[in-house]
Design a protein around this ligand. Structure first.
Ligand code: ATP
Ligand code: MG
Ligand code: MG
Ligand code: MG
Length: 459
């Protein structure tokens, strides 16, 4: 049988390109010319649900469309293109680390959610038009999950023999959510289909549940700190999810659709929705409040027994008696966090990423086609291999800008727009003896000239 490459094509005699682009395996080089990046969509082609053009847009949406990170599919729905998928996968890995560090176990529940679960909590009616409803061939009603309190509580309730010794359970997933938003806009910031990390916790007492609550809030703070996003935790409204205690993680930004108040005196902070409309002084210390706009990137709720009582999610306590589980639920807007990070970190015309999420870490620019071309190509290829072998974390993270029909300057402009954390240029000095490469650090603006070995050390 003929051998297959990772692209599913026959290997024999098939040489797709001078450089391969099938994956990050050893010896293969990732080249920019083969990246799938449909770009340059005009802003006025971003449609609102009614199909109107020219709807409001924001910096992250404009940039993400311009550089080919997302592509509109239908109002509020976007194709996530390869760079974005890489960034989202990286974000999911960081989220996994934080959730699993506090004992989170990952599950994956169906998007198709039967209506009877939602009728049981009355949210079939309460959620109104936001719930995307459909019927199967037998006429049975479903919705596409906007959140999963019903599904997870019914799942845990199906465990008949749960003991207090097994609790707490911290169950989470990272899946697509569907909400027929009245005003989907700002690209991935408010979509009708988006990724959310949702965690649901089950404890044996209110005290234990509140302990879990602060553990999860701590994990959220750690996550945002690692992403370099300065989020503020504010008191929040419980909305249709219900419960008694709730906080939002707000990322301050002009484009944010929420308003929140902070008291510089005592540190009190709250979403404006929770304050009386005339209230300008701090309810805790009466000092003046400062108001800002923010993007809600996370939300935490202590639910008590609101859902466990409806579905009988029970455990047996130390005295052998059945008790209702004390629940919490915790959301993170995965696609929203990526767009919000780009929104606050980027300049008007260049994308900047939270560095942990940059789709590729290094962009390597060989010289323009012309004299000494072969020597230059070999030199850059050699550097590529050296970096990916000497720095294992950079395997699959180095992109070679092989569009050598363009000048170094033009490709550098592009690299700047795409926001690779490091750009390495093999200019004239790269061909001298000893060769020196120009290394640019996008976030600090630092530019240094280094030898091959110097580059790997620097990275
Ligand atoms: P918003 O107030 O912005 O409508 P929400 O309060 O309705 O959000 P939650 O039910 O708290 O959202 O969901 C948890 C998280 O999911 C939110 O904190 C947010 O980060 C994210 N999220 C909610 N709706 C969207 C959406 N339409 N597009 C992208 N992310 C969203
Ligand atoms: Mg909402
Ligand atoms: Mg909200
Ligand atoms: Mg919310």
């Amino acid at each position: 049988l003929p051998a297959l490459t990772t692209c599913g094509r026959q290997l024999s005699g098939y040489v797709p390109h001078r450089f391969y682009h099938c994956g990050p395996e050893r010896g293969k080089r990732l080249v920019l010319s083969r990246m799938f990046q449909p770009q340059n969509l005009r802003e006025d082609q971003v449609l609102s649900p009614e199909g109107r053009s020219g709807d409001l847009s924001c910096k992250s949406q404009r940039l993400m469309l311009q550089v080919g990170l997302i592509h509109p599919a239908s109002p509020g729905c976007y194709h996530l293109l390869p760079y974005t998928v890489r960034a989202i996968e990286k974000l999911e890995r960081v989220i996994d680390q934080e959730m699993q560090a506090i004992g989170g176990q990952k599950v994956n529940m169906p998007s198709l959610s039967p209506a009877e679960l939602w009728r049981a909590t009355k949210r079939w009616d309460l959620m109104g038009k936001e719930l995307l409803r459909l019927r199967d061939r037998h006429g049975k009603e479903y919705c596409l999950g906007p959140t999963h309190e019903e599904a997870i509580t019914a799942l845990v309730a199906s465990q008949q023999t749960l003991s207090y010794k097994q609790l707490p359970f911290l169950l989470y997933q990272v899946t697509r959510k569907f909400r027929d938003e009245p005003r989907p806009r700002f690209g991935l910031l408010r979509g009708r289909e988006f990724y959310m990390k949702d965690m649901y916790t089950f404890d044996s007492s209110p005290e234990a549940a509140l302990e879990t609550y602060s553990l999860v809030c701590g994990a959220y703070s750690s996550l945002f700190h690692r992403l370099g996003l300065q989020c503020i935790r504010v008191q929040a409204d419980v909305g249709s999810i219900g419960g008694t205690t709730s906080h939002e993680f707000q990322l301050p930004a002009e484009v944010g659709e929420d308003r929140f108040a902070v008291c510089p005196g005592c540190g009190f902070s709250a979403n404006m929705e929770t304050l009386h409309s005339s209230q300008t002084s701090c309810p805790a210390c009466r000092g003046p409040l400062t108001e800002s706009r923010g993007i809600e990137v996370g939300h935490t709720f202590y639910l008590g027994t609101k859902y466990s009582s409806i579905f009988s999610a029970q455990f047996t306590n130390a005295h052998g008696k059945p008790c209702l589980a004390e629940m919490g639920c915790y959301g993170l807007g995965v696609t929203r966090i990526l767009a919000a990070g780009i929104e606050v970190l980027s300049t008007e015309d260049s994308v900047r990423w939270p560095s942990l999420l940059a789709p590729y870490h290094v962009c390597l620019i060989p010289p323009k086609k012309g004299s000494r071309e072969e020597a230059a190509t070999e030199l850059t290829g050699g550097l590529y291999d050296l970096i990916t072998e000497a720095v294992p974390q950079l395997r699959g993270e180095v992109l070679l800008d092989d569009r050598t029909h363009l000048t170094i300057g033009n490709r550098l402009k592009d690299a700047n727009k795409f926001g690779y954390p490091f750009v390495i240029i093999a200019g004239k000095r790269a061909l001298e003896d000893p060769a020196h490469f120009e290394v640019r650090c996008q976030n600090t603006g630092e530019v240094v000239f280094l030898t091959r070995e110097g580059v790997t050390e620097f990275l």
